[in-house]
Design a binder for this molecule. Structure first.
Ligand SMILES: [Zn+2]
Ligand SMILES: [Zn+2]
Length: 186
């Protein structure tokens, strides 16, 4: 099928067909590279665990690593640069750093509130931004935005407390722009 993963321009696996690029049969065609341009950003399934860990450690607005202060940031730097650690010890160190980053509920750079990140389903993450007690005032402020909607649709009320933020669900969200900017893409 053209433009699909079995596009014959990448070669063929059938004994009868010919490759649409070089015209050779399966035994002589070396195969050719192709790619599919996806309409939305998609997580690479092989990196999903790493992405999850990184999302826990960074600000969901500006993409910086969540740290308490500059001193802690320098301390983390020192730890990850220690070349004497073997891979097991390094893994434990990273785990400890992740735990500390994940506890921070306000980014010290952009002051955005950060909650925890949860994996829902095989390839989706949600940011439970207002999950922590420390941010209950911000949560109330956020929920107040829905007052008019609730006045018109009272059945919405029980769902407001369950509102979550999808990560990478919308290609133009601030978060994605922030991340892509960091990668030098925008
Ligand atoms: Zn070919
Ligand atoms: Zn931030």
């Amino acid at each position: 099928m053209p433009y699909g993963p079995l596009d014959e321009r990448m070669g063929t696996s059938s004994k009868k067909a010919e490759c649409a690029t070089c015209g050779e049969r399966v035994d002589l065609c070396p195969g050719h590279f192709g790619w599919i341009q996806l309409q939305l950003p998609v997580f690479h399934v092989g990196y999903i665990k790493h992405i999850y860990h990184i999302l826990k450690m960074i600000c969901k607005n500006c993409g910086r690593v969540l740290t308490k202060d500059e001193e802690q940031r320098q301390q983390f730097f020192k730890l990850v640069r220690n070349r004497r650690l073997d891979s097991n010890k390094m893994r434990d160190t990273l785990k400890a750093i992740m735990k500390q980053c994940a506890m921070i509920s306000e980014c010290r750079f952009c002051h955005e509130i950060n909650g925890d990140v949860k994996k829902v389903g095989p390839l989706k993450f949600v940011h439970r931004k207002y999950i922590r007690k420390q941010v209950s005032a911000a949560r109330a402020e956020f929920e107040a935005q829905f007052e008019t909607s609730i006045a018109h649709n009272p059945e919405l009320k029980p769902y407001i407390s369950k509102v979550q933020f999808h990560l990478f669900q919308f290609p133009n969200s601030t978060f994605n722009n922030g991340i892509l900017h960091k990668l030098g893409r925008r």
